[in-house]
Design a protein around this ligand. Sequence first.
Ligand SMILES: Cc1ncc(COP(=O)(O)O)c(C=O)c1O
Length: 459
Amino acid sequence: MATQDPKMAPPTPAPLPEALRHIVLDFMQMEEFIKEPFVVTRADGIRFWDIHGKEYLDGLAGVYVVGVGHNNRRVIDAIKAQLDTLSFAPPLHATTPPAIELARLLAAIAPGDLNTVKLLSGGSEANEVAFKMAKQYHRQTGHPLKHKVISLYGSYHGATHGALSATGSKSRKSMFEPTGIGFLHAHPPYCYRCPFEKTYPSCNLICARIIEDTIVAEDPETISALIVEPIINTAGIVAPPPEYHPLLREICDRHNVVLIFDEIITGFGRTGHLFGADTYHTVPDILTCGKGMSSGYAPLAATICRDHIATAFRGKVEDRVEFHHGHTYGGNPISSAAGLASIGEILDRRLPENAQKVGECVKQMLAEQLGPLGVVGEIRGHGLMIGVELVRDPRTKARFDGRLAFGKRVGKMALKNGLLLRSEPNWVAFAPPLIVTEEDMKAMVDILAASVREVLKTV
Ligand SMILES: Cc1ncc(COP(=O)(O)O)c(C=O)c1O
């Protein structure tokens, strides 16, 4: 793929500190950010450059987004061609050729009979749609009391109020509680530190079975949906055992509960298959996706539902059974064109297979390079979504003192050393563009190992 050399681009003038006072970043103390602002100006492939010309390896695909890599000409050209044709259409009245084609493509590649698509702009929106779609579906199929949503502790489903209510990560939501009513949480399939103090497989998947107990105890006629990420990112790249999702599928079938897979991160090749649903051989009733769908070239997300759900929304105008939901930018033609080109790249270049192949090497490299440093609790994940749980003592699984925020310090050091990755106090994760090679990953793991060594000297 021919790419222009970003180093040839003209230098960008530094922003004035006072200009930075007008902007608010995500989950960021801006007073701290302003002291050492990180301003990115250009990118190419798996690299990007900051305002001073410093080069970084993108070990996180931005934020689990840029699957096809930066500066992909096919996606850029598709967007340009669409801009020259039509940039906006009235969503209350019409759709457009790229939106129709994108819905058709998604129906073709999504597992099972996930055939009906609501196009949207972001992951939170997609999950809000999933909750409302499940509720309206139950109302229109004779179960009007089904309204509660079960989700997992440690999960993140978005920043808007409904998605935040389902989120199970207290650091993201306690500031805004009380959140929505009717949102219940269950413990995640976190085998490394089993919340039930069991060991897989003799645990007999108690973490899944207890969700059924919750449904029964609450009254199944009140439970609308169960939402899970196939691999739980915010919990620390928690990858459930293979039987977990199929068991959730059975439980939801038994109690007429809509199973929602939040594939905002796991979709479009990240886990080594097109969807996490494929990795876990489970077809949810509703699948939400975003991020890698357009590789970040334009805001794009979708909520995709199975035929039995879609059917409940079809009828006469006077029945008013259509889906009562809309967004100004849903199905935007520019975003749709970006999505079509990005998914085309993922399919044509067989990027899920590359994710699987390179991902296995990354796990090995991490074990070899970080293992001897004595801080690796567990290396886990699938494809190119790989987490490392960092511990003070791998033998006892003892964590570092929380005040150290060890993993966060590693993440900061890695950024200083030219590598972007995801970091939390007890874990770090790689989720690079799906185009990475083994050599690229070797360079990234080298920087990570050097960064861990540097941080270890300070604790
Ligand atoms: C699993 C998951 N669901 C939902 C969201 C929300 O997506 P967005 O930030 O596009 O609203 C995110 C965002 O990181 C996510 O990781």
